[in-house]
Write a protein that binds this ligand. Structure first.
Ligand code: AMP
Ligand code: GLY
Length: 437
């Protein structure tokens, strides 16, 4: 028995599989590969950047049987799940249900826990139950569609209309008028704009404030906090234009001083982890809290069950602790023993995207300058290797992360590194961090 326990809980010489292929996964691979406890590293599907840190594997991250076969063949000890969909689809439950996979640690919650991200209505009910500050709301389906229209009329615009399920970041409409709100609501519920993801809709009060992201790593009972961050979602400078996956990020967040972060921990993080524990969600993984500061008070905008992208590209560079060790402590349900060390240095990242993103864009453009000497860390997002050449392979192409003693130093460094890089129709925001410098 002793041996079995030892085997399950050992964390040296780990074979680790990361699922995903964006900037977040490159940053996770970068950090894990620095650990003396990481023996071999695989990334599925990975990108041109992860290829230099481990072995890229062409696996479909939502086909759990093929992940199972791969894990058994390669004697994988830990699977780190980057994006939300395998989690919402139940990868943790799949591994739990199979006797031969029980010893593999999954970093990511069960499908039930992942509902905190997978269903806005589930998350709102959870926040209500555990008295976690958030915008007032009601949920509607086709059954009470008319009540939804009446509810909209009684609200003061702007009115926030949210598809309940995952909608690739497009499921939230901030309507400036009752008409716009009713149209969005009708499109979602009656016309199934996002399929079943919008057959239920949350209508929520608009909160006017400044947003930031907070990251906890939990074992389902306790937690440790990672560096906080702020991302820039809009394509255009001055936060104008369409929403994207993220155009840049910085850490730490200048307005999140100790007093505010204490409020965040007391009013949001602690009750969230208490709720996760009381609801008995199987939850070993990240809780990413998107919050908004309104009159010095924090309110939850959304939960995610994974790390953020591009936030990961600034928070992991600032983490001084061994990430394999943190993951192992979480999977042993001993995260309370973790000593998280965070660098004092600031970090900022700027994303280079393909022209046209987040709408249509071309792929397959050669990226020049990647071999130039740079003080920045270049995390690949949408890239691929072809005949030893790095080509663009997505909307978000690379993240240029830099350290500095303050935010301006980080940004100056990232922008000067960008001067050495180019690809056809390359675009980036020149104003990341603009409110703070
Ligand atoms: P979500 O997918 O819930 O993160 O929403 C996407 C974005 O919509 C957020 O990052 C906010 O900028 C905005 N948003 C969502 N809910 C609200 C709200 N209640 N008040 C103001 N802005 C919101
Ligand atoms: N940067 C926001 C997200 O990863 O959802």
């Amino acid at each position: 028995m002793q041996d079995v326990v030892f085997l399950r809980f050992q964390y040296n010489n780990m074979n680790i599989l990361i699922l995903g292929g964006g900037g977040r996964e490159h940053a996770i691979a970068w950090k894990l590969s620095q650990s003396k406890n990481c023996d071999s590293l695989f990334i599925a599907p990975g990108n041109a950047g992860t290829a230099s840190l481990g072995q890229n594997i062409a696996l479909d991250i939502n086909k759990f049987e093929s992940i199972e076969t791969f894990c058994l063949e390669q004697e994988i000890n830990m699977v780190v799940v980057g994006p939300e969909d395998p989690l919402v689809n139940g990868i943790q439950d799949y591994f739990q249900s199979k006797e031969n996979l029980q010893d593999i640690a999954i970093i990511g919650p069960s499908a039930k826990g992942a509902q905190l991200e997978g269903s806005k209505a589930f998350a709102k009910r959870f926040m209500d139950k555990y008295s976690i500050p958030t915008a007032g709301y009601r949920e509607f389906t086709i059954e009470n569609f008319r009540d939804g229209l009446t509810y909209i009329e009684r609200q003061n615009p702007p009115i926030v209309i949210k598809a309940d399920g995952l909608a690739a970041g497009k499921g939230v409409i901030i309507a400036q008028s009752h008409e716009e709100a009713k149209d969005a609501f009708t499109e979602m519920v009656q016309n199934q704009k996002f399929g079943t993801a919008s057959s239920k809709v949350v209508i929520e009060q608009f909160l006017d404030g400044i947003e930031m992201s907070v990251f906890a790593l939990t074992d389902g009972t306790n937690y440790c906090l990672l560096p906080n961050a702020k991302d820039y979602k809009r394509i255009g400078e001055g936060d104008k234009g369409l929403n994207t996956g993220g155009m840049g990020a910085l850490s730490p967040v200048p307005f999140a001083d100790d007093t505010f972060m204490k409020k965040v921990e007391d009013k949001i993080v602690k009750p969230t982890i208490k709720g996760i524990s009381e609801e008995s969600f199987e939850y070993v993984g990240f809780v990413f809290i998107g919050l908004i500061k309104v009159n010095d008070e924090p309110y939850v905008i959304e939960y995610n069950c994974r790390l953020g992208d591009p936030e990961t590209e600034v928070i992991l560079p600032r983490l001084d602790s061994d990430l394999v060790e943190l993951f192992s402590l979480a999977s042993k349900k001993k995260i309370a023993d973790a000593h998280v060390k965070i660098k004092d240095e600031h970090c900022a990242t700027v994303i280079l995207v393909s022209g046209g993103y987040p709408e249509s864009y071309e792929k397959g453009k050669a990226i020049k300058g990647l071999k130039e000497k740079t003080e920045s860390i270049i995390f690949h997002a949408g890239t691929k290797l072809e005949n030893e050449e790095v080509l663009t392979n997505g909307g978000r192409v690379v993240a240029i992360s830099s350290f500095g003693n303050n935010l301006s130093e980080c940004l100056d460094q990232s922008y000067s590194s960008i001067d050495k890089l180019c690809f056809d129709k390359m675009y980036f925001r020149k104003d990341i961090g603009y409110e703070f410098v």
